[in-house]
Design a protein around this ligand. Structure first.
Ligand SMILES: Cc1cc2nc3c(=O)[nH]c(=O)nc-3n(C[C@H](O)[C@H](O)[C@H](O)COP(=O)(O)O)c2cc1C
Length: 182
């Protein structure tokens, strides 16, 4: 079992990158092989068919290769204006143009973090739509972390032990689901 993780945010101090890191720690503690990708240095251009006509950007091809090597994908994304974040949508649009389209049929778990009260939940529900359009299996349960600006503690863990436990439980349920499926 190999899991690819990335955040649907680019900025260095992203709360969602921190949540990816906590999820990654949970997986590593269970001896699951992981790859964590930071989208910021990949600098995908905004999708443009004229750019595509000259060739899919090499960094998109590289991410597609990481997707290919993974059995499952875990993404933590903010919501932008109550919906999917633009970096995540752009990434999915580019990945959908790769041939073979390695993301198709991969198992996907969606997490989200926001300083607000709703923990990016509205965005997560919208984020399911493009994945499902691409043929992915999106795990029916998602995890939203509210007040995420105050949620991260030492040792790659959430301050609130109950939230940490809920996240670990969801990640492990997802992995069991993927084992049965693959
Ligand atoms: C364009 C934009 C729209 C946003 N819309 C929402 C929103 O609808 N709901 C919300 O909880 N936070 C919203 N935020 C705040 C983000 O949740 C916050 O900036 C968060 O830290 C972004 O995630 P990151 O830390 O992983 O980059 C928005 C931020 C931006 C830049």
């Amino acid at each position: 079992m190999k899991v690819l993780l990335f955040a649907g945010s680019l900025r260095k101090d992203s709360l969602n990158k921190k949540l990816v890191s906590v999820a990654n720690q949970i997986l590593q503690d269970s001896n699951i092989e992981t790859t964590v990708v930071d989208l910021q240095p990949l600098e995908f251009p905004v999708y443009d068919a004229d750019i595509e006509a000259k060739g899919i950007p090499l960094n998109v091809q590289m991410l597609s290769q990481f997707v290919n090597e993974a059995d499952a994908v875990i993404i933590s994304s903010p919501e932008y204006n109550g919906s999917i974040s633009s970096p995540l949508k752009n990434t999915l649009d580019w990945l959908s143009r790769t041939k073979p389209m390695n993301l198709a049929k991969k198992q996907v778990l969606l997490l989200g973090a926001s300083p607000g009260e709703l923990g990016a939940m509205r965005g997560l529900l919208h984020s399911k739509i493009p994945f499902e359009a691409m043929g992915n299996f999106v795990y029916p349960r998602v995890y939203g972390l509210p007040k995420a600006d105050q949620a991260f503690g030492e040792n790659n863990k959430l301050v609130d032990p109950k939230r940490q436990e809920n996240l670990a439980k969801l990640v492990s349920e997802f992995i069991e689901h993927c084992k049965n499926f693959n």
